[in-house]
Design a protein around this ligand. Structure first.
Ligand SMILES: Nc1ncnc2c1ncn2[C@@H]1O[C@H](COP(=O)(O)OP(=O)(O)OP(=O)(O)O)[C@@H](O)[C@H]1O
Length: 243
């Protein structure tokens, strides 16, 4: 089966079952959202899928290949890219240097060497243009606004040309104009064939952007479907009201 499938995923931290026997199939080629109350396990789920955290149990497959417990680099190599809830960029590198570092993870020195590939630099500049911050190419990331850093992080994810992109709270802490721009970018990238899986608290963004919504509560999915159906589901309303 095409795309990302997760079966029986479980991860505990001490006595807390952050993800509890979660089974989810995402719609390949579409924009999927993963929502749920604070602490319902969304980020831990993301971390297990992308190899940042090893699950205690369960199976993650991508295009029917078992990727469970693989390292983050290997999963990226399979074509799955991700951003982080608290945006991750190198503050003292310029925007373009950040993208060169993104394409050579673990080797900033090599990424910045004079002999760096012209094709990488060209691609970095092309992606900065794509996300609308090409005029900031030589500005250090620490001098960018938080929203601009998020655009930079997204460009960094795109450097590896991932087929599937996981975004952890792309609209979090971002002003409305930039939220709009990120939404347009996600739609364009989706129309070009990239699958999205987005964790997001901003319900307007979730409802307007996603084709398929999965709702987590206490570490596992309690509902899934099109946004307007999920929004009216009594189980979902109860989870958000703390029921
Ligand atoms: N590294 C960790 N060590 C201990 N407990 C953790 C760790 N990571 C997550 N947890 C706990 O696991 C549970 C799920 O957390 P997680 O961050 O995955 O939820 P979330 O749905 O992403 O929350 P939010 O919407 O607030 O970001 C919470 O109870 C959290 O405190």
């Amino acid at each position: 089966m095409k795309g990302l499938r997760v079966a029986g995923l479980t991860k505990s931290f001490g006595g807390v079952r952050a993800v509890d026997d979660a089974s989810v199939t995402f719609q390949h080629g579409r924009i999927n959202a993963l929502i749920g109350p604070n602490g319902s396990g969304k980020t831990t789920f993301f971390n297990c899928v992308t190899g940042m955290v090893k699950p205690d149990a369960g199976i993650v497959t991508y295009h029917d290949r078992d990727i469970t417990g693989r390292g983050a680099h290997k999963i990226a190599h399979e074509g799955i890219g991700r951003s982080f809830q608290l945006c991750r960029v190198f503050p003292r590198l310029t925007a373009v240097e950040n993208l060169l570092a993104a394409v050579r993870p673990g080797s900033i020195v090599r990424a910045l060497a004079p002999a760096r590939l012209k094709s990488d630099v060209d691609r970095a500049l092309e992606l900065l243009t794509r996300v609308g911050i090409e005029h900031l190419a030589d500005v250090e990331a620490r001098d960018l606004s938080y929203g601009q850093q998020k655009l930079l992080e997204l460009a960094g994810v795109l450097m590896a040309d991932p087929e599937t992109i996981l975004l952890d709270e792309p609209a979090g802490g971002v002003n409305p104009a930039l939220i709009e721009r990120i939404g347009v970018l996600v739609r364009e990238l989706n129309a070009e064939g990239r699958t999205f899986l987005i964790v997001e608290h901003n319900m307007d963004v979730v409802m307007s952007l996603s084709d398929h919504v999965v709702v987590f509560d206490r570490g596992r999915p309690i509902a899934e479907g099109p946004p307007d159906v999920v929004r009216a589901d009594p189980l979902v309303l109860a989870a958000y009201l703390g029921g």
